[in-house]
Design a protein around this ligand. Structure first.
Ligand SMILES: [Zn+2]
Length: 308
């Protein structure tokens, strides 16, 4: 877990205190995620509001591939002539943004000669230029190139990682809002960080099902459960059951759902969903929570055995 917290390099590397490096490399095994984050970052660099707001002219032009200060290179093979062309454009001043931004997606496609050519520009950074590169294969880049790039690992966050990382960020008082836009996972992370209760609840539910093997366990697991927000308990439980059923929409860590998945097959899960809903309705009509919980767990276990 500590390792994932270290991966906050995404932010420290982005130098959120306004100190920008002249060249970045976003890397991980996930090509699409690398490119998405790199483009989001690049857009924020030419955004009038500095956020990648999506509304200003800079953002609009960026999205429409018509920003005069942005070049995005994405080719199966990037040759020396392509790099030469890029370098020619380095010498001119930015037209509408503060910086000119050169994005090279999947930089492993730059052949060696072209990399050597590019190296010169990276070695003698131009104040008004920022390079943003991505790759899934750092070993395809020359060590000399790599050493010139501010490397940003793009982690494949799990919900738990996000929670840990965002807590870490909050502790360090890092204001990431500046670079964040709606579809950027950082926003989500911050939301999650402010929602400790939510995480406590899903962990409690996971633990509950881990310890629940037969009806004899019900009194024990039910009394061990300390639920402050009872409505949240039901919405979390529903969300978790739905996630067990729908792998694609699953936003939980595998470990969180495992105690449920191991006990309930899909057929049982389908039967349990209305039970949870029913429990929620009882709660809303002021029925005692521990009574509802006992009943719910009993009926869920019943479905588990019936649906074998
Ligand atoms: Zn903008």
């Amino acid at each position: 877990m500590l390792e994932s917290v270290k991966q906050t390099s995404v932010y420290s590397a982005l130098k959120l205190n306004n100190v920008l490096s002249h060249a970045y490399l976003f890397y991980s095994a996930d090509k699409e995620k690398n490119n998405q984050i790199a483009l989001t970052f690049a857009r924020s660099l030419v955004c009038t509001n500095g956020t990648g707001c999506g509304i200003c002219n800079g953002c609009k032009q960026f999205v429409g591939n018509s920003h005069p200060d942005v070049i995005v290179l994405q080719q199966d093979s990037i040759k020396v002539d392509d790099v030469k062309l890029l370098i020619e454009k380095l010498s001119t001043k930015p037209i509408s943004a503060n910086k000119k931004v050169f994005v090279i997606l999947n930089a492993e496609t730059i052949n060696e000669t072209a990399q050597n050519k590019l190296l010169k520009s990276l070695e003698e950074p131009n104040e008004s230029t920022i390079f943003v590169l991505t790759t899934t294969k750092t070993d395809k880049l020359l060590p000399t190139i790599l050493s010139r790039l501010n490397k940003v690992f793009v982690p494949n966050f799990s919900v738990n990682d996000k929670f840990l990382i965002s807590n870490e960020l909050l502790k360090q008082n890092i204001d990431i809002s500046k670079f964040v836009e709606k579809d950027f996972s950082l926003t989500e992370m911050l939301n999650l960080a402010t929602n400790e209760e939510y995480f406590k609840t899903i962990n409690q539910i996971s633990q509950l099902f881990y310890n629940l093997n037969s009806t004899a366990d019900i009194p024990k697991v039910a009394s061990a459960l300390e639920v402050e927000n009872k409505q949240l308990f039901f919405s979390c439980l529903t969300e978790m059951l739905l996630s067990c059923l729908n792998e694609k929409e699953n936003k939980f860590d595998e470990k969180i759902l495992l105690p449920i998945k191991l006990k309930f097959n899909n057929k049982a899960l389908m039967k349990c969903l209305p039970l949870v809903d029913e429990g929620y309705k009882y709660l809303m009509s002021n029925v005692n929570f521990s009574y509802i919980l006992d009943n719910l767990l009993f009926n869920m276990l019943k479905e588990k055995f019936l649906c074998k």
